[in-house]
Design a protein around this ligand. Structure first.
Ligand code: EPZ
Length: 423
C-alpha cells in the first residue's frame, strides 16, 4: 500500500499548473462510445479514474489509448452492453456509461454502483429519466437491466434534484434519441457545459447547458471529434487551500476563475489576498488565517461539496471558529476523525462540522478515507509541524495527478513511497 510522506511547516511558494477536470473527462470519455468515429480527448488528467474509464471502454469493445494527456477512443465495432460488477465497484461514477450504452446498443446491464465512502449514491434519477425516454428497466438484487429495442425518444424531464450524473446521462442518451428532450432543474456545473460542448462538436444539438434548463434535439448519429477538457476547478481550489494553510504565496495557472466564484469569496473572508487574470488565480495568505463563519455546500453555482474537506483542513489553524454544513452527501465527514490526529479541534453533528482553530498542528500517521478527505489530510500535513505519513493513497490518486510533484514544485516537502519502501 503506497503512502505520501510530508515534512510540514513550510510555506508553499511559486506557481503550478492545474490538471484537466476529472469530472469532465469521465463523462466525455463515456460519451465517446456513442460517436461513430475516432475521438481525441486532450487535457485528460493522468489519474486512476481515467484509467478505469478507459478499461470500461475497452471492455465494451472500443480502443482507448492514452498518449500523455490525450486519450484517443475508437468505438467502431463496440458491441458490449455490460459493465461487470468489479469495474462498477472500482469506480461508482461508471454509472455515467448508462446513457451511452443504452443509446448505442438498445440495452445495458450493470450493477448498482453501491454505496461509497461519501454516501449511498442512489441512481433513481438516472433510471427514472431513461424510463421516460422509453427504456424498460428491471432491477433485482442490485443488478439493473435496461432495454430500449425501439430506441429512445425525446421527452420532458424535471429533475427533483439537479443531479450532475443524471443530467449527463440524459444529455448523452438524448443526443441521438428521436425527438426533443427538455430537462428542467438540470445541473449547472461547468462540467455539464463542457460535456455539451463536446457532444455539440460531435454533431449533437444541445442548448441551455449551464443555465438550469436544457434542450436536446436528437440527431441521427454523432461523429468523432477533438476536444480539450476544461481545467479542474476542484484540484485548483485544493492547491489554493494548501497555499493558504501554509501562509504561502502561490499562482495557479490554466484555471478559469469564473468557475471558482464562491470559493474565491471564502479565501478572502479567511484573510487571503486573491488576484486573478483570465487564466490564473494567485493566493497570498496571511501568517494566521481568519475563521469563516458559515460554509454551506450547494449545487453549482453554490459552494462545491468537493471542496469542503480541503477547506476544513485549512481552517483547523485559523483564528476562531468556523462552521461547515454539507447539504449534498450524507457521509462526507469521515476525514474529520483523521484530522483530529493532527491536534485539530472539530465536532461533527449530523451534516454540520464545527472547527475551532488551534495554534499548532503536529504531524501524524493517517489513513485516507476517500478522495477529497485524502486531500484534506495532505493539507493538514503541509500545515503541521513535523512528519506526516498518509497511507491508502489510491483514493487520492483516483482524482489528483501526482500531487507530490505539484507540492514539491511549490517548495513543499512531499514524496510518494511504494509499499516496498521505494520512492
Ligand atoms: C458528481 O457526482 C461528481 N462526480 C461528484 O464529485 C460531485 O460531488 C457531485 O457530482 C456533486 O457535484 C463526478 O462528476 C464523477 P449528483 P454525482 O448526482 O453525479 C443524490 C468527486 O469528489 N442523487 O449530483 O454522483 C446523491 O445521493 C466526486 O470528484 C440521488 O438521490 O452527484 C447526492 O446526495 C464526489 N439520486 C446528490 O444527489 C440520483 O439518481 C448529488 O448527486 C442521483 C443523485
Amino acid at each position: 500500500m503506497s503512502s505520501y510522506v510530508i515534512e510540514g511547516g513550510r510555506r508553499l511558494l511559486g506557481e503550478c499548473e492545474v490538471q484537466g477536470a476529472k469530472n469532465s473527462a469521465l463523462p466525455i470519455l463515456a460519451a465517446t462510445l456513442l460517436c461513430d468515429g475516432k475521438c481525441s480527448v486532450h487535457n485528460c488528467p493522468d489519474i486512476l479514474d481515467v484509467g478505469a474509464t478507459c478499461d470500461i471502454l475497452r471492455h465494451l469493445g472500443c480502443t482507448a489509448e492514452r498518449n500523455g494527456h490525450t486519450v484517443s477512443v475508437d468505438s467502431q465495432g463496440a458491441s458490449g452492453f455490460e459493465i461487470p460488477e468489479p469495474l462498477m465497484r472500482e469506480m461508482r461514477s461508471s454509472v455515467i456509461f448508462l446513457g451511452a450504452i443504452l443509446a448505442r446498443n438498445g440495452r445495458v446491464r450493470l450493477s448498482t454502483p453501491g454505496g461509497c465512502e461519501i454516501g449511498l449514491r442512489p441512481i433513481d434519477l438516472h433510471l427514472d429519466a431513461m424510463k421516460k425516454m422509453g427504456a424498460k428497466i428491471s432491477e433485482e438484487y442490485g443488478h439493473i437491466e435496461c432495454s430500449a429495442h425501439d430506441g429512445l425518444h425525446g421527452t420532458n424531464i424535471t429533475l427533483s434534484f439537479p443531479s450532475v450524473g443524471a443530467t449527463e446521462n440524459i444529455m448523452i442518451a438524448g443526443s441521438t434519441a428521436k425527438g426533443i428532450t427538455t430537462v428542467v432543474n438540470a445541473a449547472r456545473e461547468p462540467e455539464i457545459s463542457d460535456l455539451a460542448d463536446f457532444l455539440n462538436c460531435c454533431g449533437a444539438r444541445i442548448s441551455g447547458a449551464g443555465q438550469g434548463t436544457l434542450t436536446i434535439e436528437g440527431v441521427k448519429k454523432l461523429s468523432g471529434c477533438e476536444h480539450t477538457v476544461i481545467p479542474d476547478r476542484i484540484a485548483a481550489a485544493t492547491y489554493m487551500a494548501a497555499a493558504a494553510a501554509t501562509g504561502g504565496h502561490v499562482r495557479i495557472d490554466n484555471i478559469i476563475p469564473a468557475h471558482l466564484g464562491p470559493v474565491i469569496d471564502l479565501f478572502e473572508e479567511a484573510g487571503c489576498r486573491i488576484t486573478t487574470d483570465c487564466k490564473s488565480v494567485t493566493v497570498a495568505a496571511p501568517k494566521l488565517l481568519g475563521s469563516v463563519k458559515m460554509i454551506r455546500t450547494m449545487p453549482y453555482p453554490g459552494f462545491p461539496t468537493d471542496i469542503h474537506s480541503p477547506i476544513a483542513a485549512m481552517l483547523t489553524k485559523a483564528k476562531g471558529t468556523s462552521v461547515i454544513i454539507e447539504t449534498i452527501f450524507e457521509n462526507r465527514f469521515k476525514y474529520t476523525g483523521e484530522l483530529v490526529r493532527f491536534g485539530a479541534k472539530l465536532r461533527v453533528d449530523g451534516r454540520m462540522a464545527v472547527i475551532e482553530g488551534v495554534p499548532v498542528l503536529h504531524g501524524a500517521r493517517v489513513i485516507t478515507p476517500d478522495l477529497r478527505g485524502g486531500a484534506a489530510l495532505m493539507i493538514a500535513g503541509l500545515a503541521a509541524e513535523g512528519e506526516t505519513v498518509i497511507t491508502d493513497i489510491k483514493h487520492i490518486e483516483r482524482g489528483y495527478e501526482s500531487p507530490e510533484k505539484t507540492i514539491s514544485g511549490l517548495s513543499g516537502l512531499m514524496r510518494r513511497i511504494d509499499n516496498d519502501g521505494s520512492e
